[in-house]
Design a protein around this ligand. Structure first.
Ligand code: HDD
Length: 683
């Protein structure tokens, strides 16, 4: 049989495929969808200048009908998302573990499309909310699309997919008043949690800094479930997938995140879009944790339980490749909105486990696309098409693009020589891993799924002091918004099983008594879970540089160049747009005014000031400095800028000053790389 699968998958093939569908309208005549040039697009066709519009006006009717149908249902979860194209390359062959073609050869570059999302909010909601983030990757491999549909949290709220509609109903805005938007801080969510205690571990993550990432570029991704890798000999390993951001894993602080949501609800997509446009391509390394099939029962967790992670210190993450996101989409609706991911899209060598959450997901994802994308042909949309050809006997349905030739659309047949024909394993046919199965039909859950608290405590034990404080504050905030005293009490009781320190910490804030005699015996911790131990780099950090006229031109320019050399991005803030002039004639173009460039939109501030500034400039600068300081951000000041540090009363860790510009730039760069300075006294 002719092998037409050797489609070029290296480099640009997906891009080339998309190119066929791209249209540039600029400089063209306006036409109807039938290709007819139209002579007028301002006025509908009327019977007389002041008369009624005529039914005959096909141009008006077509334009209006299309407009009336522009919206499609948003995703039931993960509605708010943003995506980019890129490529995946392998560091080491994975041949020993899997026969997946894209994981064999280090010279293979696989095109990818990645969509990041929040879970709870509607399509237009703010992005820096407290929530898990979706991290869905479509690999366009030569054997078909492989989708790794994960989150930035390695565990999930529930153990069985049948509970997913309940979880989502509880999380979404309450149905009687549709509040609150994109937030878990309300009664039904916490009522669900208290009454479904398997959620304890994921709730710990959701209340931690992980749920308010600084950037999509600075968060981890996890496949969550245990999958299987199966090699050429049919030998299988259990596997968990990880994405590790090259820039490290960093977060916002809660007060900052809430302010960002007002100042720039598009904060995360803007960050991703601008980084890619500027050539700072986000990179993530792919890691795998592997467990031999025969070791399945050698751990204190069940590998099939999606509320459990595999501690990296016990089962190391083997880094096997890197993904680089290097191209923004051309059209958000056509690509990002119409992208359809499915954890069931696998390739030979990648298989499922019996995780009951995963098993249920295998149904839900196609089902949801049928309503969202309007029928069974969504795989033909350009963004969803595999780069290899596809042939089968599926026919017709809304929006069919493919023109299948010939009379035969069934199997077995003789008229088409019994083709398209299934392929043997050797020819690339997918065969399911032949796991031996035996059992009674039951609606129960294994005893091995019933420890809901040990890993929640493991997570708590692994946090640094500031991270623990943030978790307590998050519980205090969320439960503070809950109106039901009974739900508040149930939650205190529940989390007293995780840690008495935690329960006491937030129970006090909501005026609930902590039960006696609870707490946890788990003393284990996993340092890999703390963001204190992540990579720290200055690259791509945004520094707001506050400049007024009369600044020390030469010295400030030297600092700015030194910062840029480290990949830091200074942006000039002043009282008005235009240019600010230094004492030596140096000119700096202003990027933001105090009105458009709030301190929460920067990683750090560099206060330069100038000789000729007025009272308003001074007040605004003091406000910026105080706010950045309260968010634990690095603040640098030189020359006249030192005045505002005093004015704002800020000093201590992460506040950098200096007279020698070279050493100032070095110290400031180190302070920026550190991300936040927690051991500072707030003023
Ligand atoms: Fe899901 C979307 C991730 C459990 C049902 N899910 C969706 C997306 C991500 C995840 C990243 C957005 C994909 C995109 O960008 O288009 N979901 C997860 C993870 C889960 C999980 C990591 C647990 C480990 N999901 C889960 C369950 C079910 C679903 C248990 C139902 C049985 N998820 C859906 C869905 C969505 C979806 C309703 C909404 C839009 C879509 O699929 O395409 O089918």
């Amino acid at each position: 049989m002719g092998d037409d699968r050797r489609t070029k998958v290296n480099g640009k093939s997906k891009d080339e495929q998309l190119e066929q569908y791209r249209v540039d309208d600029e400089g063209k005549h306006l036409t109807t969808n039938q290709g007819l040039r139209v002579s007028e697009d301002e006025f509908s066709l009327k019977a007389g200048e002041r008369g009624p519009t005529l039914m005959e006006d096909f141009h008006f009717r077509e334009k209006m009908t299309h407009f009336d149908h522009e919206r499609i249902p948003e995703r039931i979860v993960h509605a708010r998302g943003f995506a980019a194209h890129g490529e995946f390359e392998l560091y080491d062959s994975m041949k020993e573990y899997t026969r997946a073609k894209f994981l064999q050869d280090t010279s293979t570059k696989t095109p990818v499309f990645v969509r990041f999302s929040t879970v709870a909010g509607s399509r237009g909601s703010a992005e820096a909310v407290r929530d898990a983030r979706g991290f869905a990757t479509k690999f366009y491999t030569e054997e078909g699309n492989y989708d790794l549909v994960g989150n930035n949290i390695p565990v999930f709220f529930i153990q069985d997919a049948i509970k997913f509609p309940d979880l989502v109903h509880a999380l979404k805005p309450e149905p009687h008043n549709e509040m609150p938007q994109a937030a878990s801080a309300h009664d039904t969510f916490w009522d669900f949690i208290a009454n479904n205690q398997e959620s304890a571990h994921m709730v710990m993550w959701a209340m931690s800094d992980r749920a308010i990432p600084r950037s999509f570029r600075m968060m981890e991704g996890f496949g969550v479930h245990t999958f299987r890798l199966v090699n050429e000999e049919g030998k299988a390993h259990f596997v968990k997938f990880h994405w590790k951001p090259v820039l490290g894993t960093h977060s916002l602080v809660w007060d900052e995140a809430q302010k960002i949501n007002g100042k720039d609800p598009d904060f995360h997509r803007r960050d991703l879009y601008e980084s890619i446009e500027g050539g700072d391509y986000p990179e993530y390394e792919l890691g795998v944790q592997l467990i031999k099939e025969e070791d399945e029962f050698n751990f204190d967790f069940d590998v099939l339980d999606p509320t459990k992670l595999w501690p990296e210190e016990e089962i190391p993450v083997k880094i096997v490749g890197k993904m680089t996101l290097n191209r923004n989409v051309d059209n958000v609706f056509a690509e990002t909105e119409q992208a359809a991911f499915h954890p069931g899209s696998v390739v030979p060598g990648i298989d499922f486990s019996n995780d009951p959450l995963l098993q249920g997901r295998l149904f839900s994802y196609t089902d949801t696309q049928l309503i969202r994308l309007g029928g069974p042909n969504f795989h033909e949309l350009p963004i969803n098409r595999p780069v290899c050809p596809f042939h089968n006997n599926q026919r017709d349905g809304y929006g069919r693009h493919t023109i299948n030739k010939g009379p035969v659309s069934y199997h077995n047949n003789s008229l088409a020589h019994n083709t398209p024909a299934p392929a043997s394993e050797k020819e690339g046919g997918y065969t399911h891993y032949q796991e031996k199965m035996e059992g009674r039909k039951v609606r129960t859950r294994s005893e091995s799924f019933k420890d809901h608290f040990s890993q929640a405590t493991l997570f708590w034990n692994s946090m640094s002091k500031p991270e623990k404080e943030h978790i307590i504050q998050a519980f205090s905030f969320e439960l503070g918004k809950v109106k039901s005293k009974s739900v508040q009490k149930q939650i205190v009781d529940m989390f007293a099983n995780v840690s008495m320190d935690l329960a006491k910490g937030f129970a006090e804030a909501i005026n609930i008594e902590v039960p006696e005699g609870k707490g946890s015996k788990v003393t284990k911790s996993s340092p890999a879970l703390s963001q204190e131990n992540t990579k720290k780099k200055p690259a791509t950090r945004k520094v707001g540089v506050i400049v007024g006229n009369g600044f020390k031109g030469e010295e400030v320019s030297r600092v700015l160049s030194a910062l840029k050399e480290e990949g830091i991005q200074p942006e000039i803030i002043s009282d008005k747009l235009g240019t600010r002039k230094g004492d030596d004639g140096t000119e700096l173009e202003v990027d933001h005014t105090f009105l458009t460039g709030e301190s929460v939109l920067f990683d750090s501030l560099y206060v330069v000031g100038g000789e000729n500034v007025d009272k308003k400039f001074s007040q605004d600068t003091t406000y910026f400095v105080k706010e950045a300081y309260s968010h634990f951000k690095p603040i640098g000041a030189t020359h006249e800028g030192l005045h505002w540090l005093e004015e704002a009363g800020v000093k201590g860790p992460g506040v950098v000053t200096g007279e020698d510009m070279k050493s100032f730039a070095e110290d400031f760069t180190a302070a920026i790389a550190a991300h936040r300075h927690w051991d500072r006294e707030l003023v």
